[in-house]
Design a protein around this ligand. Structure first.
Ligand code: MSP
Length: 508
């Protein structure tokens, strides 16, 4: 079996207003990357920033700095945020990186040389004061939707990518590879709404602004941002460079994690570029849903924007990670509110997980001075719990392959909930009163510690900080993925002074 794994997030537009929804693509990719690493895969996890384009050029000039100075500052901010969220990327790529610029230029030239890119004429409706092109349908009463002035039909020399040549091949590929676009609903949307109606050749160069990667053989033109941005997945592996070792090792990508609104670029333009370059296509493009507020977007202009760092400082990084992963179910949107975040912390992290660890370790200390072995005085009630512990890894593996992250967390927390019920059903405090039940009491506590240990191993990719704390609390040395099953002969010496895993939050 191929034990290499390549996963990417979208590269972000440098924006000073990164919100909690933005963090999702990166948190989910980080969790999957961590899972694969722990599962023995040689993993490469790529993230970065998408820094070219007219918008950036404009913003920089408004602030009186160069575009590069402008993006440098924001990139530092993004890196800080990823650090605070424990994002374990292997490379943070910037589209202004020298190797990326070279890679894009080589890709563009190659496609031009072989006839997939040709020079033509871009016709559009142009608003001169706004320096913007518009389509007929974007106009408001025939005028510029931004400033309301007249627009002119203008023609601009431009390069085009022959998407139309690849239409049949792409359609066939998508149909023959049902896993390529996930979830299924997005696949149907792509085929029916975008591909079947017919692909038009794509304008892939601009002359109206300068902040982009110059076309080497026609330097008036800069490369269209999406051609530039998508190529980052290849640059990072050294494609067309002197050293293609990573390319050989990791391409094709196992999964591109992308938000639903950019699935279109990743499943039409991107595969066509790759077909033209004669490269295999990524195994999967996963278009996830959004985190929304009251059914709408999170944005500064709507007044519902908060810096994610505020939540991280207030509630901890793992709580934020858990919340977004748990709240966005496979393929759909999830709702965000601070109240719901507090609700999740209280109901799942504090009441279920924290409480279970706390009760179990407390009883191990109280009744056995912290040292527990498996006395194997079993009763029927143990079997379903032991079975659930042993099957947890394979159930989680399957859900991870399907990218059902929210479901994974639901499943693990179901097991933790079942443990709290197991305590209520086995009543250890009653067993403790009877000296002849000491063996049974120890077995009950052993089973609970096993449930805590195994669920903790599988939670490590999702909540790297809190799971470390659990390991210290139960003092477990068996924390590898291979040991994520019920083992019947361990010896536990739990901490005498465990600190609480998650505190309950009082809602204001
Ligand atoms: N630069 C492009 C990607 C190029 S990839 C070759 C881009 N950048 S972005 O900054 O606008 O978006 C980055 C990611 O954040 C996207 O996957 C987008 O879907 C995601 N999100 C932005 N707002 C979001 C939510 N409210 N909820 C979840 N994800 C969201 O697109």
């Amino acid at each position: 079996m191929n034990k290499n794994f390549y996963i990417t997030t979208p590269i972000y537009y440098p924006s000073a207003n990164f919100h909690i929804g933005h963090c999702y693509s990166t948190i989910i990719a980080d969790s999957i990357a961590r899972y694969k690493r722990l599962d023995g895969f040689d993993t490469f996890f790529l993230t970065g920033s998408d820094e070219h384009g007219q918008k950036i050029e404009k913003k920089a000039s408004e602030t009186g700095v160069t575009p590069k100075e402008y993006v440098d500052k924001i990139v530092a901010n993004a890196k800080d945020l990823w650090k605070q969220l424990d994002i374990s990327y292997d490379r943070f790529i910037r589209t202004t990186d020298e190797d990326h610029v070279k890679c894009v230029q080589k890709v563009f030239k190659k496609l031009y040389d072989q006839g997939d890119i040709y020079k033509g004429e871009y016709k559009g409706l142009y608003c001169t004061p706004c320096e913007s092109f518009w389509t007929e349908t974007q106009l408001v009463e025939g005028k510029c939707p931004d400033c309301g002035r007249e627009v002119q039909l203008v023609k601009e020399e431009a390069y085009f990518l022959k998407l139309s040549n690849y239409q049949d091949r792409l359609e066939k590929y998508i149909e023959e590879h049902p896993d390529f676009i996930q979830p299924e609903s997005r696949k149907n949307e792509m085929i029916n709404n975008f591909i079947k109606p017919g692909l038009e050749d794509l304008c892939v160069s601009r002359t109206s602004f300068k902040w982009g990667i110059p076309v080497t053989f026609d330097t008036n033109h800069v490369v269209y941002v999406w051609i530039d941005a998508l190529s980052n997945y290849l640059t990072a592996l050294g494609y067309l460079s002197d050293d293609e070792t990573l390319m050989k090792k990791y391409w094709p990508a196992d999964v591109h994690i992308v938000g639903k609104e950019i699935v279109r670029f990743h499943t039409i333009i991107w595969p066509i570029m790759l077909m033209a370059l004669d490269l295999p296509l990524p195994k999967k493009v996963f278009g996830h849903g959004w985190l929304i507020i009251d059914g709408g977007k999170i944005s500064k202009s709507l007044g519902n924007y908060r810096d994610p760092r505020e939540y991280i400082e207030k509630y901890g990084k793992d709580a934020v990670r858990y919340y977004v992963l748990r709240e966005i179910p496979f393929g759909s949107d999830g709702n965000f509110s601070e109240e719901a975040l507090i609700g999740r912390i209280n109901s799942d992290l504090a009441n279920v997980w924290g409480n279970l660890v706390n009760r179990t370790v407390g009883m191990a200390n109280k009744y056995f001075d912290g040292t527990i072995s498996n006395s194997k005085v079993n009763e029927d009630i143990d079997k379903p719990l032991v079975d659930d512990i042993s099957s947890l890894k394979s159930r989680t593996d399957k859900l991870l392959d399907e990218l059902q992250i929210s479901k994974i967390l639901e499943n693990i927390f179901d097991l933790l909930r079942a443990c709290n019920k197991y305590i209520d059903d086995t009543t250890p405090w009653v067993l403790a009163k009877d000296e002849t039940k000491k063996g049974r009491l120890e077995t009950v506590l052993y089973n609970l510690l096993e449930a805590i240990r195994v669920s903790n191993i599988l939670l490590m990719p999702f909540m790297p900080t809190s799971t470390k704390k659990v390991i210290e609390t139960i003092n477990s040395e068996n924390n590898s993925f291979k040991e994520a099953k019920f083992i019947d002969n361990l010896k536990y010496t739990v901490s005498k002074t465990p600190s609480p895993l998650f505190e309950r939050i009082q809602s204001e």
